[in-house]
Design a protein around this ligand. Sequence first.
Ligand code: ADP
Length: 157
Amino acid sequence: MERVALFPGTFDPITKGHESIIRRALPLFDKVVIAIGINDQKKSFFPLNERKRWIENVFRKEDRVEVITYEGLTVDLCKRLGVRYILRGLRTSADFEFERSIGQMNKAMFPELESVFLLTTPDYTALSSNIVREIIRNGGDARPFIPEGVDLSVPKP
Ligand code: ADP
């Protein structure tokens, strides 16, 4: 059976931290599905179609990576797709506490589901989409923190 991991997130925008987690997960799984969550309560900085196009472009040479968008609970998406593994990255103890509660709740709702966590590499511990947005908002150069293939020069919403 194909071993598929779902990597859910907002990716607003994708950073080198996300890219690193995905590339490091590829030897562990047959396929990684990057799932961009649409959350009505949380207005995104970059439009959904741009966030999706950027990720597709970063992984254009990797046919084992797929990018989708979804609404609703991540466990429902996993059930619908028949996916048994959720991939997440861990930077800090704050990430751990957050991920522990989500992971345990997901397991309560879908017992066959396993959450798989990869520790961030030290270079990317301080990196987040939030900080990248802050740099862009204030006219700084965010390119060192963004993967190759992401063209941030598009008009902002
Ligand atoms: P969410 O809104 O669900 O937190 P994000 O797009 O911010 O979505 O993050 C998706 C996943 O990527 C999360 O598991 C997060 O911990 C992980 N992640 C984000 N930045 C990094 C980084 N610099 N290093 C490792 N993992 C990261």
